[in-house]
Design a protein. Structure first.
Length: 397
């Protein structure tokens, strides 16, 4: 009987999933793998992604595929191995597991399922702070791991206009942006949507009829309270320190962090502050920039919020457009590229070699231009030469 309850829930969720378009990651995953892990921050649509996969490939009534959420209290008294065995006995082939970290020994149990049922495929979701291969040796050698990011500007445009657009590599954008922009402008005016995307377009829950900023603030709190404290096993008494640190960073985003002052403000050591900063980055609340060749725990050159929507949610009265645009550029590039920044320098170094800078097109005449630098300019729908319209970085994925 219990399996019937799970099948009914699966059928209802798949029938009612709101997936207005196909996410980019759907075509990047090697679906032939037997164990697939999909990480992502809260709010980016991991649950919808699993349900959309079930709907597109099996439909709501096909019992070969089953979606389960480990929030279900059933799993407090029953193991995942036991459940998977029941599913396979009923002809199950694809098990979609949401929030796998809710089970304390999830990686060991996944390994047992993998070893016991050679014809069973498992696709599971987890938090962005989880290091599937490095911290879970039971599955490190067998899991295929992927990251589901928030909506790109390209994906946002598809939702808003119904038009489809291809993705472009960074090299294609830099070398052919004038031609690419002309092709896009035949379908849509990006400037009519770009400011809205920067304000509320990164997380798919903007489609829900609720206050976006309030939902985002709640989501950020959950990222810290669950994704950082629970998964990283940090004691609850340190929650206020981490939240205060995040607020201090957010209200000074775009600047070089004063680690000593941050440590004093939250009443802890410099080393602990650096660990918290890394945790905030793993939770996709911030992005950390270092000089080329340096990584954590070296002091960052700059810390930005992970995406521009967070800026508007945390401190809307003090949002600087330059910070918004730099945050957008860094986050868009981060999917497939490494972004660095030298100390006391406004330039961003992409992949250790491409020198770039984010500039306001209205202030270009006041900027000393360099032929060897790529300028991502805003307040402009088109570009020319080595000046690329910044919104086009939203077509990288």
């Amino acid at each position: 009987m219990i399996m019937e309850a799970f099948y009914r829930t699966h059928k209802y969720l798949v029938e009612h999933v709101n997936a207005p378009f196909r996410r980019y990651l759907m075509d990047e995953i090697d679906w032939s793998a037997r164990l697939i892990g999909i990480k992502g921050t809260r709010g980016v649509g991991k649950t919808t992604f699993l349900l959309q996969y079930a709907k597109d490939n099996y439909g709501p009534s096909n019992r070969h595929c089953l979606y389960v959420n480990l929030n279900n209290f059933y799993f407090q008294g029953h193991s995942l191995v036991e459940f998977a065995s029941r599913f396979v006995e009923n002809g199950g082939q694809v098990l979609l597991i949401d929030q796998v970290f809710k089970m304390p020994d999830w990686s060991r149990q996944l390994r047992q399922c993998y070893d016991l049922h050679h014809d069973l495929q498992i696709v599971f979701t987890g938090s962005s702070v989880m290091r599937l291969k490095e911290e879970n040796p039971e599955i490190g050698g067998i899991v295929k791991s992927y990251n589901l990011r928030g909506l790109s500007f390209r994906e946002y445009l598809t939702i808003q206009t119904g038009e489809t657009f291809p993705t472009y590599t960074l090299d294609e954008i830099i070398e052919n942006h004038e031609l690419i922009v002309r092709q896009i402008l035949m379908k849509v005016s990006p400037s009519a949507h770009f400011k809205n995307y920067l304000h509320h377009g990164f997380y798919p829950f903007f489609l829900e009829k609720r206050n976006y900023s309030e939902m985002l603030l709640k989501t950020m709190s959950m990222m810290i309270e669950v994704d950082i404290l629970v998964i990283k096993q940090i004691e609850l008494k340190y929650l206020t320190r981490i939240k205060r640190l995040f607020y201090d960073i957010a209200t000074n985003a775009g600047k070089a962090p004063n680690v000593s002052k941050l440590a004093l403000d939250v009443d802890t050591s410099r080393a602990t502050v650096m660990n918290y900063i890394k945790n905030l980055a793993d939770a996709r609340l911030i992005n950390i920039l270092h000089p080329v060749g340096e990584v954590h725990p070296k002091k960052p050159t700059k810390i930005t919020l992970h995406n521009s929507n967070l800026l508007y949610a945390i401190y809307p009265i003090n949002v600087e457009m330059q910070d918004v645009m730099e945050t957008f550029a860094i986050n868009s590039l981060w999917k497939d590229h490494k972004v660095s920044q030298p100390a006391h320098d406004k330039h961003l170094i992409i992949d250790g070699e491409i020198r770039s800078r984010v500039i306001d097109s209205k202030r270009i005449t006041k900027t000393r231009m360099d032929a060897n630098t790529v300028y991502f300019r805003y307040n402009s729908e088109v570009g020319a030469g080595n000046q690329v319209p910044i919104w086009l970085l939203g077509f990288l994925y």
